[in-house]
Design a protein around this ligand. Structure first.
Ligand SMILES: [Zn+2]
Length: 181
């Protein structure tokens, strides 16, 4: 079967991990496997795999659309995490997953080898969007206040959050002259 990602290599029967059958491209190093097989594998491997369990493979990311090798239809992209741009492709009709070369290793390194199925859920994707928004705001605050002041501001905020008289303390802080009636 021809690889639908690089359109050059052949998809060969193999394994992504022990007891996890996959089709592996002999040219681009991509992997196709079924969610059902992954879930069966996960039952035996409920804990995240360790860094030491895998080889060091530099992940490649094809941002282009990927066609499912089984159905010939477009696969749907899901972001793995807010930490990087890598996306996992899902063939919705057959619940087949495509990972570019090195993305399985990236999942393992990110401690997500046992959470791949969650990536396809709304809460996971919503969380990534929230984290992304938070990162944007953090960058804006740093830009506006400067790194040092922002750091100090965060410390003051954390300290204020826990204070018993938070509201009055805040009022004291912002008052022009807190000693006038
Ligand atoms: Zn390929």
């Amino acid at each position: 079967m021809q690889c639908t990602s690089c359109e050059t290599g052949e998809l060969q029967q193999g394994h992504l991990a022990q007891l996890l059958p996959s089709l592996n491209c002999d040219h681009c190093g991509g992997h196709f496997f079924y969610l059902a097989d992954y879930l069966r594998w996960k039952e035996v491997n409920p804990a995240p795999l360790q860094d030491t369990d895998i080889e060091d493979v530099e992940p490649s990311e094809t941002t282009k659309a990927i066609i499912c090798p089984i159905t010939g239809r477009l696969m749907r992209k899901y972001r793995m995490s807010s930490q990087h741009q890598h996306k996992v492709d899902l063939s919705v009709a057959v619940n087949g997953i495509w990972l570019d070369k090195g993305e399985w290793e990236l999942l393992v390194k990110s401690g997500l080898s046992n959470q791949l199925n969650k990536i396809f859920t709304d809460p996971w994707q919503r969380n990534i969007r929230l984290e992304k928004t938070a990162d944007v705001l953090k960058a804006q605050y740093t830009n506006r206040f400067g790194e040092q002041d922002y750091e100090q501001l965060q410390q003051v905020k954390a300290w204020l959050q826990g204070a018993e008289h938070k509201a009055e303390m805040l009022a004291y802080l912002v008052a022009e002259d807190p000693y006038s009636a």
